[in-house]
Design a protein around this ligand. Sequence first.
Ligand SMILES: Cc1ncc(COP(=O)(O)O)c(C=O)c1O
Ligand SMILES: [Zn+2]
Length: 414
Amino acid sequence: MPSTTTSLAALPQACKLCATEYAASPDAICAECLGPLEPMYPANRVLPDREDIERRVPSLWRYKEWLPFEGTPVHSLETGFTPLIETPRLASKLGVARLWVKNDAVAQPSLSFKDRVVTTAINAAHALGLGVVGCASTGNLANAVAAHAARAGLPAWIFIPEDLEPAKIINTAVFGANLVRVRGHYDDMNRLCAQLADRFGWGIVNVNLRGYYGEGSKTMGFEIAEQLGWRLPTAVVAPMAGGSLLTKLRKAFGEFQDAKLVNGAAPRLYGAQASGCAPIVRLVERGGGALVPEIPNTIARSIAIGNPADGRFAAMAMVESGGWGAHVSDAEIVAGIRLLAETTGVFTETAGGVTVAAALNLARDGRLTQDDEVVLCITGNGLKTTDVVKDVLPDSPIVDARVREVAALVASRG
Ligand SMILES: Cc1ncc(COP(=O)(O)O)c(C=O)c1O
Ligand SMILES: [Zn+2]
């Protein structure tokens, strides 16, 4: 039931598979067929035009008609509208016409695109009268839930794999959340969180609030379209964990086409994974509808989900848009992080390295061509995974504060 103390109400939901309808509630799975629930938008709602949107504050709420609420949001009002950076130097490495980086490495407040999904989920928690939020996380979501909950003054319970990167643990614990390290993989935590949501009535953002959470990812697609000058790129490359972001990018571009805010063809969508956990890419390569779960083994911890909830939908988004998938080795991930940093001045975490390396492979295989205008979704910040690059970067020489010593160095570097 929507809380009576707020002017914010969550929209009702419908099953994506069998269309059974449900009143707004903290449930993400259809009782009839176990399909995922998605918010239902009123057919007669009034949509803004380009000028209306441009007049609004630069946050993801400028697209509020496509977010799953009626009324005024109360939490996380500043999230979104990250930079879209054109990178000609990286474009020439790939051999494509033009290339942009959508830079969610600087998303607010927690430096990953998970700020978007937590923004919608925490407002759903408020609208549904839930006083505690939580998540099962591979790292970035933990950072985001902890930060957004701190700002909102809500208690948070956060579950991560026991051996997660130290920076991701610190970036969660510092916000005062209840942080629990679980023996096992993401999929074990996900099951645990479903049980905990039932037991304690918590709003687990990516479990029982997943229908509301996922809609936040659409805003990355809306921003790409607006920041390109109200048009669509020909191709988008994005990393995949649960497969939600890729699925929602497709939905976002389709919604802007339907609203006549953009013209022309939808972009081809390319999903990127690490070879050590690539169940969605392998589904695309193999064909058919049955995803085969994997046990993750990769440095790309943030996208290491072996049994992705939206894997099938992400595979469909890639194939039906005319795109494809690519998976890359851990060495390619590190090289991808360095290439992006050296050509673009953006330091990304491992998921971004996966995206850049996948784009290189797709270009090499002729899937991205010299006619393409490509956007790479860079979804997280490199300061969270410094361990993977620290041993491959050159040592910095130490000198006395003498011009002579620096002159010798300059000469040695030609
Ligand atoms: C940095 C980063 N990029 C991409 C993803 C993929 O998100 P999704 O689960 O929506 O596929 C994640 C998910 O954890 C992430 O942390
Ligand atoms: Zn159903």
